[in-house]
Design a protein around this ligand. Structure first.
Ligand code: LLP
Length: 422
């Protein structure tokens, strides 16, 4: 459920007209609905009511400080994968005891920062990383609370590029090597073994892969306990899919929770979740303006002012994003079949191929739906296109939560070496 709907013939985010926002901020821009963000985190938390659970928003999905602040005010923590994300979470008011640090390539500097902040847990992904973390912790006179991220060798996820839990993936430690790594960790003075972690992929639209992975880690917990490890936390990662409006549906958080209750409740552990897309995906849209309706040899191109640098998901994963006009079309309005493309000089700068939509004219606004997760966060300035603004709506109020940089800001970090200055 989200709060984007036509009202009086114009697409609104909550009570704010996207047309009016476009007039004020220009296009393209991202627009987020605060009520939708709050609703999603509540629905997710509610699904686990009665269980001891930490919901740590996966910051990579949408790292805007205002977004993290909203979620923090709902009692969410943060799943971070870099020093930058850790600093964002702290700057947005997330307590250190609500932060888990994931990722295959944490640097020693990042480990030191996270130890100094006193974060809740490191999800360790390899034997050498364990040794590095131990050394950093010992040098700081600290102990790092850890879980190992287990690779359960399960295939899951909406696309090969976002599946992470197979043996061939770079993520986690091999299922079969886990016990020897736990034994090693228990012997290290800078390491405090607390839990087990698993994250198998993203945009997972069936429960079966979760069930397979979670059953494996539940068995592992029993084996680890039998060997004397006090396993008190189980981090089940993120990955729950959402609906992108193309007919493929995803399980409701309640169904996902029922599965987890069945498998994890008997373990008597504190649960940790790292949802990203499920919280932010349907809470955001990308508003863009039609530049040209270009007739091609065998197709018709709708050229819009947003590009793959603003929303790379279709180019990278062939993802579907629904596209609708901001001004509500008459049900009898003529339709056309377009390739909806951006201005970037790459053949992959395509948002949708052969998409049937109401005929649109130059100057009209459209919205790519379900763009709140991995949209702005994966944007770049390719083709020297400045990052686009992000707008937050709350009822009828709205505010720019990241403004469009000026050209001067875009090049501010660049220097001309003295030998090039004549
Ligand atoms: N935890 C870990 C360790 C992760 O790597 C991720 C996502 C999450 C949690 C959150 O997963 P979610 O609940 O959002 O599925 N850019 C891709 C998705 C990449 C996901 C990366 N890791 C996309 O746009 O589809």
């Amino acid at each position: 459920m989200h709060h984007f709907a036509y009202r009086g013939g114009v697409l609104h985010a909550e009570d704010a007209s996207l047309e009016a926002i476009a007039k004020a901020v220009g296009s393209p821009f991202y627009c987020y609905s605060e009520a939708t963000l709050r609703r999603h985190v509540r629905v997710f938390k509610q699904a686990f009511a009665g269980l001891d659970a930490l919901v740590a928003f996966s910051v990579k999905a949408n790292p805007n400080l205002a977004v993290i602040r909203i979620l923090a005010s709902e009692g969410a923590g943060a799943d971070v994968v870099s020093g930058g994300e850790l600093k964002r979470a702290r700057a947005a008011g997330v307590g250190p005891d609500m932060i888990v640090f994931s990722g295959v390539g944490k640097t020693r500097e990042e480990m030191a920062l996270a130890l100094a902040e006193g974060i809740y847990q490191f999800n360790v992904e390899s034997a050498p990383e364990l040794e590095a973390l131990n050394e950093v912790a010992v040098s700081k006179g600290a102990r790092a609370a850890i879980a190992f991220r287990i690779n359960p060798d399960v295939r899951a996820g909406g696309h090969d590029k976002i599946s992470t839990g197979k043996a061939a993936d770079k993520f986690g430690v091999a299922w079969g090597r886990a016990r020897e790594l736990y034994a090693r960790a228990a012997a290290l003075p800078g390491i405090d073994v607390r839990g087990v972690d698993v994250h198998i992929g993203s945009q997972i639209s069936e429960l079966a892969p979760f069930e397979a992975a979670f059953t494996r880690v539940a068995d592992l917990i029993a084996a680890l306990r039998a060997e004397g490890h006090a396993i008190e936390r189980l981090d089940l990662g993120g990955g729950l899919g959402i609906s992108y409006g193309d007919g493929a549906e995803a399980p409701h958080p309640d169904e996902y929770a029922a599965l987890i209750r069945r498998i994890a409740a008997p373990l008597g552990v504190r649960l940790i979740f790292e949802p990203g897309r499920m919280i932010a995906g349907n809470a955001g849209v990308l508003v863009t303006r039609v530049l040209y309706d270009k007739p091609g040899e065998d197709r018709r191109f709708l050229i819009v002012d947003a590009g793959m640098n603003d929303l790379i998901r279709p180019a990278l994963y062939d993802s579907f994003h629904k596209f609708i006009p901001v001004v509500e079309p008459d049900p009898a309005a003529p339709e056309a079949v377009y390739d909806i493309v951006g201005p970037v000089c790459e053949s992959s700068d395509v948002f949708a191929k052969a998409r049937r939509t109401p005929v649109m004219r130059a100057g009209e606004l459209g919205a790519f739906m379900t763009a709140g997760a991995y949209g702005a966060s994966q944007a770049s300035q390719y083709n020297s296109r400045p990052l686009i603004p992000e707008v937050l709506v709350n009822g009828a109020r709205w505010a720019i939560i990241r403004r469009r940089p000026t050209f001067e800001e875009m090049v501010a970090g660049e220097e001309t070496p003295d030998w090039l200055v004549v």
